[in-house]
Design a protein around this ligand. Structure first.
Ligand SMILES: *[C@@H]1O[C@H](CO)[C@@H](O)[C@H](O)[C@H]1NC(C)=O
Ligand SMILES: *[C@@H]1O[C@H](CO)[C@@H](O)[C@H](O)[C@H]1NC(C)=O
Ligand SMILES: *[C@@H]1O[C@H](CO)[C@@H](O)[C@H](O)[C@H]1NC(C)=O
Ligand SMILES: *[C@@H]1O[C@H](CO)[C@@H](O)[C@H](O)[C@H]1NC(C)=O
Ligand SMILES: *[C@@H]1O[C@H](CO)[C@@H](O)[C@H](O)[C@H]1NC(C)=O
Length: 405
């Protein structure tokens, strides 16, 4: 979904490797992709009726409105809160979508409960480890992501960050920030950052700070806010812990109802909301570099798989999913907000020149959302600094941009 303009120079798109997806309900595969697009459409139609088309139109309409942000930002407009940003893109409808469950919005659209259980829930489980009670806006963002037009960067997506850093010519200090405190001298406000680096502790003064890490207590940023008046507290809410297990081994295709691995045609398996299932998804992963002759490993061969689960997998669970394996590498992290508690959207401006990026994750957690938030803060900080109030929170931007041209 990232517009190609956001691809830092020197990076290339990774070649796509085809692979089919199936949905597993704990007993059997209930939905499978075929090689034939029309057959897939026909099957979806047969099984779910008009739900599929309604969903498609809904997601497209939302994305079309969302894409306005790139036009606004190209013209330099910024927003002082996530609510203002969403309101300018999709009016109160977008803000309301951050407050109501996805399932309610879909049922109201006329999408069937069966479609929600068998198609929507599996997508929410793989993307957010959560169910269809997550807010409609984040749900729509991830459904847009499920539509196969995503791309990856050759050599690994992490190069987007290092590439942008290089382009910015920034002076990078590798250190863990331990505290932030405001320092007033006369009219001038600065922030003192204390940090620990490999070379020892340090302290610097800055005019503007952008925090790009969650500061909810549960995430444990290790950051202290000192001397803020009124005292500055951590934000409410918590993040959802997800476990990613990268396994090199032989998938147990019997578990999915395919005793002969050579007849197992899927590269990724999503799951329905089934209490007995201990994982959210399993997918064969491809290298970050794909050579011309590359082909995906077949299920009868040892391959590399990524399993998402709410808890670490124990030995017997790994032995259930894999006939045998050479290695299992576990990464647990606070991946995305735990949606559902009604804490509202966090602020972008925490203090006059102290900005917070990760609040956008509560509207929608995705790389694209974070890059939109980052650009917004860059513009906002600039306009605040140069006191250009007519570039912040402006109404009717579609119209204004047309008349500016
Ligand atoms: C959003 O919710 C508010 C308050 O409940 C309501 O007045 C408004 O009409 C809603 N907007 C849309 C587009 O549904
Ligand atoms: C989704 O999960 C939340 C919290 O885990 C729970 O309160 C809610 O009832 C669940 N919703 C559905 C539709 O299963
Ligand atoms: C993978 O691709 C990146 C970017 O194109 C390149 O810099 C790197 O050398 C490649 N690595 C291998 C092992 O081919
Ligand atoms: C930050 O470091 C400075 C200089 O070492 C020190 O005076 C100050 O008390 C420290 N601030 C906090 C909040 O620890
Ligand atoms: C694979 O799955 C089948 C069916 O669920 C199960 O009986 C078996 O114990 C699993 N493990 C291995 C190693 O075959």
């Amino acid at each position: 979904l990232l517009p190609s303009a956001l691809l830092p120079t020197g990076l290339k798109y990774r070649r796509n490797v085809a692979g089919k997806t199936a949905v597993f309900n704990g007993e059997e595969v209930i939905l499978e992709e075929t090689d034939w697009y029309l057959l897939d459409l026909f099957r979806l139609w047969w099984r779910y009726g008009i739900s599929f088309i309604r969903l498609q139109m809904w997601v497209e309409e939302i994305m079309e409105k969302f894409m306005r942000i790139y036009k606004y930002q190209a013209h330099g407009y910024a927003f002082s809160s996530v609510e203002e940003l969403l309101d300018s893109l999709g009016g109160s409808g977008f803000i309301n979508m951050t407050r109501r469950p996805l399932s309610d919005s879909l049922l109201e659209l006329g999408v069937s409960q069966r479609f929600i259980d068998e198609v929507i829930a599996p997508v929410m489980r793989v993307n957010y480890g959560q169910n269809v009670s997550i807010p409609a806006f984040v749900g729509a963002v991830s459904l847009a992501g499920a539509q196969n037009n995503l791309w990856a960067v050759e050599g690994g997506n992490k190069q987007v960050c290092s590439g942008l850093l290089k382009m910015a010519n920034a002076n990078l200090l590798k250190a863990q920030v331990t505290s932030i405190s405001p320092l007033h001298s006369g009219e001038v406000l600065q922030y003192q950052l204390n940090f620990t680096a490999a070379s020892g502790v340090g302290s610097e003064l800055y005019d503007i700070i952008v925090l790009a890490t969650p500061i909810q207590a549960s995430v444990g940023s290790g950051l202290q806010f000192q001397d803020f008046a009124p005292p500055f507290d951590e934000l409410p809410g918590s993040y959802h812990g997800t476990v990613a297990t990268i396994v090199h081994g032989y998938l147990n295709t019997s578990f999915f109802g395919f005793p002969d691995p050579r007849l197992f045609p899927f590269a990724s398996i999503l799951t329905t909301e089934t209490p007995s299932l201990f994982f959210n998804s399993v997918a064969s992963v491809c290298p970050v570099n794909i050579s011309a002759g590359f082909r995906r490993k077949q299920p009868q061969e040892a391959g590399v798989y990524k399993v998402f689960s709410p808890q670490s997998l124990d030995k017997s669970q790994l032995k259930t999913l894999f006939r045998s394996y050479y290695s299992a590498q576990v990464t647990e992290w606070q991946a995305y907000p735990q949606y559902g508690s009604s804490q509202g959207l966090p602020p972008v401006e925490l203090h006059p020149n102290l900005y917070y990026l990760n609040g956008i994750e509560w509207a929608g957690s995705a790389m694209e959302m974070s890059s939109v938030a980052a650009k917004n803060i860059a513009l906002l900080a600039y306009h605040r600094w140069s006191k250009q109030t007519d570039m912040v929170d402006q109404k009717d931007l579609m119209h204004r941009i047309k008349t500016e041209l």
